[in-house]
Design a protein around this ligand. Structure first.
Ligand code: TXA
Ligand code: MG
Length: 327
């Protein structure tokens, strides 16, 4: 299949939203902002478009996609929500939470997008541009993060362009995103299970449920791991070294907080996720700074410790993946 498409970039005004909705109706691939990261969307009911989407990303097709809809009423046409799922939807939608639930009868999402599972991942994004596109289009939109498979997720339209120019029809530029890490994924079957830490901190979810979230059990087929949690998923090319308490010669530094590290001098490239030690600011900066440091061609990227509570759980999860050996 040809991939030398002319990729248009439009601003996220009324005109951009209308173009995006039309493009989705025509089976096109549209990158658009959500509050977590930019998504690459297509019509969830159009298997041909979904096949092109997997190809544009270079993504293994066994990795299922999240269906995005404008509200809970639309979500209930796709999946079956038990009491816990309804509680979480009421508390956190629209927002950075994805719920994995059993498919509804006559679920319109094509099997190719759910990788043959009898469950479906559903998200109601809060970003006004995403909301406007979903309402303008009318149906469900499946959307993985708008990066080439294995790259870090895009938090600006420029990141999307760098990865997908010539491979998709349209990029809607809504400026930098606010959250900066992907949605938290919770499976709601008998017992809610945290499949992926993300932009909604675990503590907030547990407060609404009134109990702790279970962790996935890899060997239990009734509680599948998010199949997309491939080990090398969030990978800069430059070697990443975690929990750094000093900087080696030639290394760049991804800092957090105000502490000064031994080994840093005037030649060291330093980017600080949050000098104030603010985890929300750090999450918003994470992927962009990883991309920027990766482009510097340093001998390595040393990363200072980041606290593990709240959004720190998702930040540490993405950093751990970024530091894994490639393969
Ligand atoms: O914030 C986000 O969630 C972004 C924006 C664009 O919405 N999307 C995103 O999609 O991160 P993606 O494709 O990069 O990650 C989706 C994750 C994958 O790990 C996939 O395996 C998992 O969701 N997933 C999808 N359907 C699933 C299902 N039925 N059961 C378990 N995991 C599922
Ligand atoms: Mg992704």
């Amino acid at each position: 299949m040809k991939l030398d498409l002319a990729t248009a970039i439009v601003a996220a005004g009324d005109d951009g939203v209308a173009k995006a909705a039309k493009c989705l109706q025509d089976g096109g691939l549209v990158a658009f902002p959500t509050e977590t990261v930019y998504g690459l969307g297509c019509d969830a009911a159009n298997a041909g478009a979904i096949a092109r989407l997997y190809q544009a990303k270079g993504r293994p097709s066994f990795n299922p996609l999240i269906a995005h809809v404008a509200d809970l009423a639309a979500a209930e046409r796709i999946g079956r929500f038990d009491g816990d799922a309804l509680k979480l939807a009421a508390a956190f939608w629209p927002g950075p939470l994805t719920l994995v639930v059993p498919k509804a009868e006559n679920c319109p999402v094509a099997d190719l997008a759910t990788a043959g599972l009898d469950t479906v991942a559903i998200r109601v994004p809060a970003h006004p541009v995403a909301q406007a596109i979903l309402r303008g289009f009318g149906g469900a939109v499946v959307a993985p993060s708008a990066n080439r498979s294995g790259h870090v997720s895009p938090t600006t339209a420029a990141h999307v362009h760098a990865d997908l120019d010539g491979r998709i029809e349209l990029i809607v530029d809504g400026g930098p995103v606010s959250v900066g890490v992907e949605s938290t994924i919770v499976a709601c079957f008998d017992q809610p299970v945290l499949l992926r830490p993300g932009g909604l901190p675990r503590e907030k979810i547990e407060a609404v449920l009134g109990r702790a979230l279970a962790m996935p059990v890899a060997s239990d087929p009734a509680r599948p791991l998010a199949p997309g949690m491939l080990a090398s998923h969030y990978a800069p090319r430059t070697k990443v070294r975690l929990e750094a308490t000093g900087v080696e010669p030639g290394e760049a530094l991804l800092a957090f907080g105000a502490a000064a590290l031994p080994g840093v001098d005037a030649t060291t490239v330093v980017m600080n996720l949050s000098a104030q030690g603010d985890l929300a600011e750090a999450a918003a900066n994470l992927f962009g700074y990883l991309r920027a440091l990766d482009a510097r061609g340093a001998a390595g990227i040393a990363v200072m410790p980041v606290p593990r509570h709240g959004l720190g759980e998702a930040i540490n999860d993405r950093l751990r993946r970024a530091a894994l050996p490639r393969g």
